[in-house]
Structure formats: C-alpha cells, structure tokens
Design a protein around this ligand. Structure first.
Ligand code: ZN
Length: 694
C-alpha cells in the first residue's frame, strides 16, 4: 500500500545513514521498498565480470544491508536495476553492446562523461543483464526486479538491431518517423515484440530462482506511451506509474489521469504512483526538494484515483530534509485509513477511451496535438463538471470491460479497427451511450483513412470528402444555437447558454452530411456560421449568418444516446478553455447518460471527484485543485474551498450505516432517502474523503 524507494548514489556507501532510512521506512508505515541493486552500478558484491561496482562500497554490501533491514520490518523488497548506461571498460570489451545513432556513431552518455548508452534490444540486455538479474534474485531472494530505463534511449542502429530487424521483417532499419512508411511501421511492431520478449526472458530468469517473484518493467501510460498497455496489463501482476511531479504547464489532475490510464488495463491489480520529492524540470535537479503542498497535491490526486503512493528519493545522503515530514504525514494518513483505500472498483459510469494506435499511426510525430490535446481538453471539462469517470483502453472495448459504463467518450479516437467499431456499436445496442468528437473512427487501426466513419451509422452522419473534407484551421468561425421551431425549445445540450445566440466555434472541422434517414437531424442544436473576415474591423460581420450545416449530431439509439461533434471542441477547449465549450462538453455527457450521476457535488471551486467501492464500504474522494497555481505548479499553499453539498447514490440494495469524513475526522449530519445520502462538507483544505459503511 505504501512504497519507499531509495536510489543510492555511487558514493552513498560508507557515508549514508542506513539506520535513519530503516527508521524512516518504519515511521512512514511503508510496507514495500525498492532498492538500488545493479546495472549501471552494482551496490552488492557481484561476481559477474564487467558488472561495475560502486567504488565506495569496498568490501561491504550496501544493498544486502538494506534488504536485511527491510526484511526485519516485514517489508516486500524489489531490487532496482538500471541497464541504460555502461562504463568505458564495457565498451572496450563489447563495443557491440553500445547503442548507435542514425549516422553510425556509438552514443556517448549525455550527462556522464566517459559512459556510454546501451542498446536495449541486443545481447547487453538479453544476456548480460539476464545474468545480473539472476544473480540478484539468487543472492537476496527479492520479491521482484524493477528495471528503470530498460527499454532503450531512442532508436538504435547497431549491428544487432540491424541484423535482427532485417531477419524478422525483411526491412532495413527505417530512417523516417512517418508511421505510414512500411519499414517504420514494421519497426514499431518489432521493437515492442522485442521488449516483451526481453521482459519474458528476465521474468523467466527471476521465477526460475524465486517462483514468487517477478519482473516489473518501468513502463506504460496513456495514449503517448510506446508499449501496448493491454499486453502490459495482461503480463504484469503489479505496475508503477513513474510520473514523478509536474513540470512546465501541467494540470494538477495529471497524476490522477496516470492512475486511470494504468488501471484501464490493470483492472483491480495494484498500481503504484512513483512520485519524486524534488523539482522535476528539464534541468534535472535530481537532488532537490519540492514545495510541500505540491508534493501533497500530486500524491493525493493519485490516491483519490486508486494508486498506491511510492516516494522516490535519489541519494541516501540528505542535503535538505524538508520533504521528510510531508511524506510521513501523507503516509500516516494513508495507513490510518487503509481499509477505505483498498478499493474493489470505481463506481464511475463514464469512461473516456484512449488509443495508443491512434497516437502512433494517426498522430505520429504530432500525436501530442492531434490526439492527446483532445483527451486533455475533455479531461479538464469533466473535472470542472465534477463528473467521476474512468479511462478505457481502446483494445478493451468488449462487453465485460465496458459493463460498468453508461457513457463512452471518444475524444478524437481517430484510428479504430472494424472490430473496435463493432464493439462500440454493440455497447450502444446494450443501452450504452457515446459522445465522440472530430475524426473519431475516420481511420482504420493503421491510421489509413476510410471512405466514411467506421461509426457513421451510430453518428447518423457521414464523411463528406468532396473538397478535402476538412477545414484544418478556421479563423473567426461561430456556432449558432438553434431553437426547435416545433417546440420552441432548445436541446438540453445547450443548457446554461440560454442567453446566448452564438458562441465561438472550434478551429478544425470535418465536413459531414446527415444520414438521409435520420429524422433526428432536421433541427440540429448547433449550426455552422462560417468564417468571416476578422480584419479590418469595419469588415467583421458574418457574410452567412445562418446555415443548415450541423455542428453537432444528437440522437436516441434504442436505450442509448449518441452525441457527435464533427469538430475539435475538446482540443480547442484545452487550448482556449472557453467556458461555453466546457458547458457543451459537460451537457453532452449528462444528456447521453440519461440517469442521475453517482455523486453530485455542489459548491465553489475546482475539485477532482472520484467514487469507489470497497468490501464493506464506499468512498467519495474530493481533491481540492482550486489554486492560483492550478495549471502550473508548484503550489505555495492550499486555499480552502467553502461548504460543498454532496449527494451520493448508494449501490443497489445498500444502506449507509455509518458515515464519516476521513480527513477532518468529523461525522457529518447526513440525510438518507431513496438510495441517496445527502450531506454538507463545511470546508475542504487539500482533500476530503466521505466514507460510507454499508
Ligand atoms: Zn541496437
């Protein structure tokens, strides 16, 4: 439940305080540790030739001492290896183990003079590191090997990669990043196969010695991550999200997003949240200490999203102790409330799909803008709307994986196979609802454009490819909010925009036409007002103030509902954060859900709201993100939000027996009726958790 990582510096042996660390592990109630063992630098008396030993350890065994101390504390122990770099003598003995760049040059280490970057896909990892792995497990019988930077440092052109790739695929190593290039596409697949094969070799070596142990790759993530998360979810019994802190412009919910992405394929298996106590920016101050509130917010949002905290401290010799009480306090709260943090399943009814294949084959080098920015925009809108939701992996759209959800959001999930489209159709046939944006399903799983949307019949709209089919960059375009001439009313999608006649459009739009049979579309709630001159100011007036071109398609499909925005509403929301777009994104989900939310939280501020079920209880986490440093840390302080009114829907057939607030410790005055519990939380500083025992 609580992890401690101490990454030793080479000169720690002989000068760091072992007993201080063991005492800190005990005081934080850490029940598992990850400790530096080998790879770049060995911290134990290895017998393997060329396995470089810390020059400070002399005849001691720093790793062994730490393992022994942790075992006395009854802790689970992982050994950390890092195979990404080697010492000059390794290069001299095995020059072929070193990575090679596109120009054929051996790759020196960027930070450590004299050291070299290794090839991840050749004999260095497959043979040498397998020996290292086996030796560590044999000597210390650890519970697992956690390997850092094991998957390579960019593309390698060494002789092994060249020959193995040619033998496997018939291609020469690609020199382009274009995913539509056949060699590049083959390489992307081959590299994954090679890494999963490596993981299997190491796992086999480990389990050959200790059948209860396993290999844990430091890998994974969302759409932009390289290795297929579905496969990782099948192979790994536990995984850790190595997202150490915010850097640059980053939302405070980013760590919760990591949690959701990992859980999408890990299911109920444990997922840890690796967090740094230091500043994480490009300048790599690895020895630094972050602001206390920033550490807290990062960790609390991970816990609220079902992850188990893992602090990561580089260097055993402390130069700045300010982080120690911050982590100790967090871990002690976690320890005291552990029974309410052992979640069985989230109770969210909304799932947002993420798609690695869309990022890789449709997004390519621009995946961040073309794919991830859509997700980030919708994510922010759901946070603002306080709608609990999960992330869903696009290769897990079968009935079992979608059973918990009423609404599936597809934020420009452009690349979908026929099978995936069929699974989404079946989801709707079972009564599910879909909200989709922009080019969703317009490409197949390899990023090749289809003649029409794979989900055309679901959208009730077809792709209109004449004239290119896309306005890539619209300036000064608007949406007209329509009133149904028959009823004189507006669609619920436009709730909160009653006093507006037009609002800003997005930037890119797909040309569509309504399916002929779709009677629903005679009066689309939003229509296009095409771009008009934005300069000189005298000329800024709409040349075409009204069209009948739908900018949203809404329809009832059996018991399900479908909302399709043929434009980049989510991506533009991430860029511009216009509140009108936020309302549309929120209303689309609420209308599609067509049922009360599992939890409604009313009051000022921005909160991440998650809802969970445990064995004999349920919890609602509320993480207070309201802060002037919300979109760019580090936080200076927490600012409390005032009273929040909370209405929680109980799972079918359950009654709340005891209700308490796990942070303030108070027992709130609550009313229970019709399967719902209502209460008021007077104030939230950093977070609060409502726990309801059944
Ligand atoms: Zn190589």
């Amino acid at each position: 439940m609580r992890w401690a990582q101490l990454t030793l510096a080479e000169n720690d042996p002989g000068q760091y305080d072992l007993h201080f660390w063991l005492d800190y592990f005990a005081r934080t109630h850490s029940d598992a540790a990850c400790l530096s063992a080998g790879g770049c630098v060995a911290f134990y008396p290895t017998k393997i030739p060329l396995h470089y030993r810390s020059q400070w350890m002399k005849d001691t065994d720093p790793f062994g001492d730490l393992v022994a101390g942790c075992r006395k504390l009854n802790m689970v122990v992982l050994a950390r290896t890092d195979p990404h770099a080697v010492h000059p003598d390794v290069y001299a003995a095995h020059p072929d183990w070193v990575a090679v760049d596109a120009e054929g040059r051996k790759r020196p280490h960027g930070s450590m003079p004299g050291w070299w970057i290794t090839c991840a896909l050749g004999p260095y990892n497959f043979e040498f590191m397998t020996q290292v792995t086996r030796e560590i497990v044999t000597l210390y019988r650890v519970d697992g090997i956690f390997s850092n930077r094991w998957a390579g440092s960019g593309m390698c052109y060494c002789e092994h990669c060249r020959d193995n790739f040619k033998a496997a695929t018939g291609f020469d190593l690609p020199r382009t990043l274009d995913p539509q290039n056949p060699a590049r596409r083959a390489y992307m697949e081959w590299k994954q196969q090679r890494l999963f094969a490596l993981a299997a070799v190491w796992n086999g070596a480990i389990r050959g010695v200790n059948p209860g142990a396993c290999f844990i790759p430091n890998s994974g993530g969302g759409a932009l991550s390289e290795l297929d998360m579905k496969t990782i979810g099948e192979l790994a019994p536990i995984i850790f999200a190595d997202r150490q802190a915010r850097s640059g412009l980053a939302a405070p919910w980013s760590n919760g997003k990591n949690a959701k992405e990992y859980r999408a394929t890990m299911g109920a298996k444990p997922v840890g949240a690796v967090f740094s106590v230091g500043v994480e920016e490009a300048y790599r101050w690895k020895d630094s200490v972050q602001s206390g509130p920033e550490i807290r917010l990062w960790v609390l949002d991970a816990i609220a999203n079902g992850q188990r905290p893992w602090f990561s401290k580089f260097c055993g010799t402390l130069n700045d102790r300010r982080w120690l009480p911050v982590v100790e306090e967090l871990y002690n709260w976690d320890y005291r409330n552990e029974r309410y943090l052992r979640n069985l399943a989230p109770l969210a009814r909304v799932g947002m799909v993420y798609s690695q294949q869309t990022a890789q084959y449709y997004g390519g080098e621009r995946a961040r803008q073309k794919v991830e920015d859509h997700t980030l925009g919708y994510y922010q809108a759901l946070i603002e709307a306080r709608i609990p939701f999960e992330m869903v992996h696009d290769r897990l759209l079968d009935a079992a994986h979608l059973a918990a959800f009423k609404v599936l959001i597809l934020p420009n999930v452009a690349a979908l196979s026929d099978l995936q489209c069929r699974q989404i159709h079946e989801f709707v046939e079972r009564g599910g609802s879909v909200v989709a944006t922009f080019e969703t399903s317009l490409y197949d799983e390899w990023g090749v454009r289809r003649p029409d949307f794979g989900l055309a019949s679901l959208f009730g709209a077809s792709f209109d490819g004449a004239g290119g089919g896309l306005d890539a960059r619209m300036m000064n375009s608007y949406l007209r909010l329509e009133t149904d001439p028959q009823t004189g009313r507006r669609h619920p999608l436009l709730a909160g925009l009653e006093d507006a006649e037009r609002i800003i459009n997005g930037v890119s739009r797909v040309h569509t036409r309504a399916a002929a049979a779709a009677a629903d579309y005679r009066n689309p709630p939003l229509t296009l007002i095409p771009s008009y001159p934005d300069l000189p100011m005298e000329e800024v007036f709409a040349r075409v103030p009204k069209t009948d071109i739908p900018e949203v398609y809404v329809r009832q499909a059996g018991a399900g509902r479908v909302v399709y925005f043929p434009w980049d509403i989510d991506r533009v929301f991430w860029e511009v954060l216009a509140v009108d777009h936020c309302k549309l994104l929120r209303n689309a989900v609420d209308w599609a859900a067509d049922e009360p939310r599992p939890v409604v939280v009313e009051g000022p501020g921005v909160l991440d709201v998650t809802v969970w079920r445990q064995k004999e209880s349920m919890t609602v986490h509320l993480v207070n993100l309201t802060n002037p440093m919300m979109m760019k840390g580090p936080l200076r302080e927490f600012l409390p939000v005032p009273a929040q009114r909370v209405a929680i829907r109980l799972p079918e057939g359950q009654k709340g027996r005891r209700i308490k607030l796990l942070v303030s410790g108070q027992t709130p005055h609550a009313q229970q009726s019709n399967g719902q519990i209502r209460l008021t939380i007077p104030s939230i500083l950093d977070h609060e958790v409502v726990a309801i025992e059944f």
